[in-house]
Design a protein around this ligand. Structure first.
Ligand code: IMP
Ligand code: MG
Length: 173
């Protein structure tokens, strides 16, 4: 297995800063609940929210899984930890590591929309487009767009490894 740097830490930092500015501008004057999708988004989430001091922000966490230690999606989403904040009437921004088929985000946005929030939007570090099956799923904010490839580091894992790497790397099997 080979692990090659795709986006180095410095480039990620710049992208995250730019995205934070975009998000702050978009939600200016509004209250937002930022929801981190554990575990993959935790590093991105931590960097991103700290770049948005001007936003009226509440933080919460969900834990979902659709990949069971593999690189292929099983198509099934498991909801194992819910948020604790009541999102009714609030603007929800979901922070995800990578959107691939789109099934995970479709599941989560459907669950959240049933709770009558003011809005639900998706912010993903990486928008991976090739295997998207949920055609109407829109990634509202993202740092990087990728056609294909399996990426690890900066929170993203392969069988729970590599999450702590500072760079985003491509894993070759
Ligand atoms: P989706 O439901 O197919 O969009 O799957 C999204 C989830 O699969 C992400 O939250 C990741 O946990 C995982 N995933 C998809 N592609 C990759 C990748 O390239 N590296 C690491 N995890 C990935
Ligand atoms: Mg994930």
């Amino acid at each position: 297995m080979e692990c090659n740097v795709l986006y180095p830490a410095l480039e990620i930092q710049e992208k995250v800063r730019g995205l934070a500015d975009q998000i702050m501008e978009f939600y200016a004057g509004k209250s937002v609940v930022a929801v981190c999708v554990l575990k993959g988004a935790v590093v991105f989430f931590s960097d991103l929210v700290r770049q948005m001091p001007d936003l009226d922000l509440e933080l919460d966490f969900v834990r979902l899984s659709s990949y069971q230690d593999a690189t292929e999606s099983s198509g099934k989403v498991v909801f194992s930890k819910d948020i604790e904040i009541d999102i009714e009437g609030k603007h929800v921004l979901i922070i995800e590591d990578i959107v691939d088929s789109g099934r995970t985000m479709m599941f989560l946005t459907d669950v959240f929309k049933a709770r009558k929030p003011a809005s639900v939007r998706i912010c993903s570090l990486i928008d991976k487009t090739e295997r998207r099956v949920q055609g109407d799923l829109k990634v509202d904010f993202s740092c990087f767009s990728l056609q294909k490839g399996f990426v690890v580091g900066y929170g993203l894992d392969y069988a729970e490894k590599y999450r702590h790497l500072p760079d985003l790397c491509v894993l070759t099997f």
